[in-house]
Design a protein around this ligand. Structure first.
Ligand code: FRU
Length: 446
């Protein structure tokens, strides 16, 4: 039974077969979220890089449509992005449908047909909603710059009426390019401080569009905030740490999400989540909504699981206004594999409070005000004496969100060997549960 293998994540996207890494070409088009991804169709390890393709109408259920962009004599197909060319600025449109235009790196010298070819940037377009792409006959759109230059992220910039590309050039340099037609690109300026997989977008601060900031980040997700005038990014901060887990890498956000929705939605690669003995390898993290908020430390980017997760809720257990004494486990009745847990807890007299997810602990040390899981830790200061925690539990991961998304800690962890039980405990004193909601989740594959 497809998607029912032992280690198959049950509410995260994985490819049916083969290796996968970065998310690519993330774009909303015609009622569907399109997720392309780095795919090796022919092996369990990295190689033969091709763009795989899956679509979803609800950010939960994914339908794998088959590989969309295949290696050629210019190289294998490395990471990149996609846009909808509403006004046919590219001239790629022939019929009535708006073309989807993809930008990727032709990884010359990688693959048997491209020996001796350089790394360049290419474009391809689709009229059938991304099922098939035609490579632009004028490729490459950007020739060789440095040895491994890659990962073009393209987006529309309304105030200047231009397309913008952020590209990783080499070492710690991103460059900004602009274009009127998606084919001819002018290099405008550099942004120092980032490695691989550029991403860049504008977000309101505290929901106020009049106080918006631009966010720039690379593969690690660590970001700078600043201003962007269409050709230059003026950083206003140092690099700020984004996530504290063991697996987040090479993410993107969706282009072209309708204004009526307005969310900035990110999906990253859960790097290193090894699918032992499975016909597939690696997974994609659950989509998160990114927002900017003022904090004591300045403006920070928060990540929260998209609200659609509620559509997978099945059984619900709730406790509230409850004192937990050492030795008690208020979750002892619950068992299962897939959970969404939301908790607001006052550690009070407890030195440590802990969720035990099957055989893995997610702990909070009250004196250090620190959250930890499997050797990773994150600072999480209590707010009015409270810890707010949200956990997404699948077979191969626990995604931890603390203090309303200020702390994001996605953890790859193979839970399949453990018991199907849950625990909550308080050590060294009593903790107070203000509210604790546990939802079991339905599988997206059933
Ligand atoms: C990041 C990365 C990208 C590259 C891709 C190749 O994980 O190295 O820079 O385009 O993977 O698969």
């Amino acid at each position: 039974n497809l998607y029912q293998e032992k280690r198959r994540p049950q509410f995260h996207f994985t490819s049916r077969r083969g290796w996968m890494n970065d998310t690519n070409g993330m774009v909303y088009h015609d009622g569907k979220y399109h997720l392309f991804y780095q795919h090796n169709p022919y092996g369990w390890k990295w190689g033969n890089m091709t763009w795989g393709h899956a679509v979803s109408t609800d950010l939960l259920h994914w339908d794998e449509w088959g590989d969309a962009i295949h290696p050629d004599q210019m190289g294998t197909i490395f990471s990149g992005s996609a846009v909808v060319d509403h006004n046919n600025t590219s001239g790629f449109q022939t019929g009535s449908g708006e073309p989807l235009v993809a930008f990727y790196t032709s990884a010359g010298n990688n693959g048997q047909w491209s020996r001796g070819e350089p790394f360049t940037q290419s474009a391809a377009y689709s009229y059938d909603g991304g099922r098939s792409f035609t490579k632009y006959e004028g490729n490459p759109i950007i020739g060789e710059i440095a040895g491994g230059t890659r990962d073009p992220k393209v987006f529309w910039h309304d105030p200047t009426n231009k397309w913008v590309m952020v590209l990783w050039i080499k070492e710690d340099i991103f460059s900004l390019f602009t274009s009127d037609d998606l084919k001819n690109w002018q290099r405008r300026s550099d942004i120092p401080g980032f490695f691989e997989c550029p991403e860049m977008f504008e977000l309101p601060v505290d929901g106020d569009p009049a106080r918006s900031k631009w966010v720039v980040y690379g593969a690690s997700g660590d970001y700078k905030l600043g201003d962007f005038n269409g050709t230059e990014f003026a950083a206003e901060t140092e690099k700020i740490k984004y996530e504290y887990g063991n697996c987040f890498y090479a993410s993107q956000t969706f282009n072209n999400v309708p204004k009526s929705d307005g969310r900035r939605i990110q999906m990253g690669w859960g790097r290193g989540i090894k699918m032992t003995d499975m016909p597939f390898n690696q997974m994609i993290l659950f989509p998160v909504r990114l927002t900017l908020h003022s904090t004591d430390d300045g403006v920070r980017m928060f990540a929260n699981p998209v609200r659609e997760i509620a559509n997978l809720h099945n059984q619900h257990w709730r406790s509230s206004e409850k004192l937990v004494r050492p030795g008690e486990n208020p979750l002892s009745d619950i068992s299962g594999e897939l959970f969404h847990i939301k908790a607001v807890i006052e550690p009070r007299g407890a030195d440590k409070i802990e969720f035990i997810i099957r055989d893995t602990a997610v702990s909070y040390d009250s004196s250090a005000q620190q959250l930890s899981c499997n050797g990773k830790s994150a600072p999480a200061d209590l707010e009015n004496g409270k810890l707010t925690l949200e956990l997404l539990v699948d077979r191969m991961s626990i995604e931890i969100f603390a203090q309303n998304g200020r702390i994001y800690m996605p953890m790859g962890v193979d839970l399949t060997g453990g018991p199907k039980s849950l625990g909550f405990s308080s050590e060294g004193g009593n903790a107070f549960i203000e509210s604790l909601d546990v939802y079991s989740l339905n599988s997206i594959w059933l």
